[in-house]
Design a protein around this ligand. Structure first.
Ligand code: NAP
Length: 281
């Protein structure tokens, strides 16, 4: 069996058309959606991520306010800037690119962002809203994974989903979103003794580890949906996921590629959250 590819690139394009239409409708009413993107320091990967986010805004008619600060920026100054953006009615989303320099407490910074503008969905309050099943902003990567699963038309009700990884930004919220969709959820992590025992029973596997070949073909139930969040490099330096793609695609029913799977969806869901924030106002 050869799995059907779930293309995050294609789904992103479709969702971004909708984002652009909604942005244009808001702009016509004098309420152009705005996203503030803050970068502190010179981390090269962060610079690429931020550039891509700013470009995605421009492509879809969202106004982006890009603010770049020296790595020596005092924490108090960053907090004061966030407070000003919280009170700026033309800004509907605030994103502070991680990681921050060591002298700045990321929890304090994320906590300073108004929940109404926390379009990354990383704050403790946003996490609480997700846990309680209240409306709020969902973290972009797991939200994107849910959209990828939905795009197959698969009904998660009563199905067994296994998430590998329990980070606050991917694994845990992923588990909660799957639970909300009425799946039976197992979350595995580095202390799980026999990963394959769990994944072999799964109708859906989401791998969010950061280690290539974590999920191999013998660990996958035939026909399962496999979502690969991982971003790693292979021996030739090429981008790859956590899943042994070449072999798992012969067993799975659906699979996301890396690149071109979860990656583009993460930025797209940031745009979706920003539009939703602007529409709520
Ligand atoms: P993280 O914070 O490092 O979490 C990794 C998780 O994997 C941890 O919960 C860890 O368990 C678990 N783990 C490690 N080794 C394991 C093993 N052998 N078996 C089972 N579980 C194991 O990473 P993250 O931020 O969640 O990101 C995970 C991956 O997704 C990374 O490659 C990252 O680059 C990628 N990512 C991609 C996107 C995207 O847009 N495509 C977005 C975010 C992240 P413990 O908790 O026990 O340590």
């Amino acid at each position: 069996m050869t799995a059907q590819l779930i293309s995050g690139t294609l789904l992103s394009q479709q969702l971004r058309v909708d984002v652009a239409q909604r942005a244009a409708a808001l702009t016509a009413k004098g309420k152009q959606p705005g996203l503030a993107v803050i970068l502190v320091g010179e981390d090269p990967a962060s610079q690429v991520y931020v550039r891509n986010k700013v470009k995605a805004c421009a492509d879809t008619g969202i106004r982006s306010v890009f603010e770049k600060y020296e790595a020596t920026l005092p924490e108090a100054q960053l907090l004061a800037r966030i407070e000003a953006l919280n009170n700026d009615p033309s800004v509907h989303g605030i994103l502070v690119q991680m990681p921050l320099p060591k002298h700045i407490d990321p929890q304090k910074v994320i906590g300073a962002i108004s929940t109404a503008k926390d379009v990354d969905g990383y704050s403790v309050l946003s996490a609480g809203e997700l846990l309680a099943g209240l409306p709020g902003f969902r973290p972009c990567t797991p939200y994107g994974c849910m959209k990828l699963i939905e795009s197959t038309g698969y009904n998660l009700r009563g199905k067994h989903a296994v998430v590998i990884g329990r980070s606050n930004t991917v694994g845990k919220p992923m588990g909660l979103l799957l639970l909300q969709a009425n799946a039976t959820v197992t979350i595995c992590h580095s202390a799980t003794p026999d990963l394959g025992y769990h994944t072999r029973q799964a109708d859906v596997v989401v791998a969010a580890v950061g280690r290539r070949n974590t999920l191999t073909a013998d660990m996958v139930k035939p026909g399962a949906i496999v979502i690969d969040v991982g971003m790693n490099r292979d021996d030739e330096g090429k981008l790859c996921g956590d899943v042994d793609f070449a072999n798992v695609k012969e067993v799975a029913g659906y699979i996301t590629p890396v690149p071109g799977g979860v990656g583009p969806m993460t930025i797209t869901m940031l745009l979706v959250n920003t539009i939703e924030s602007a529409e709520r106002r």
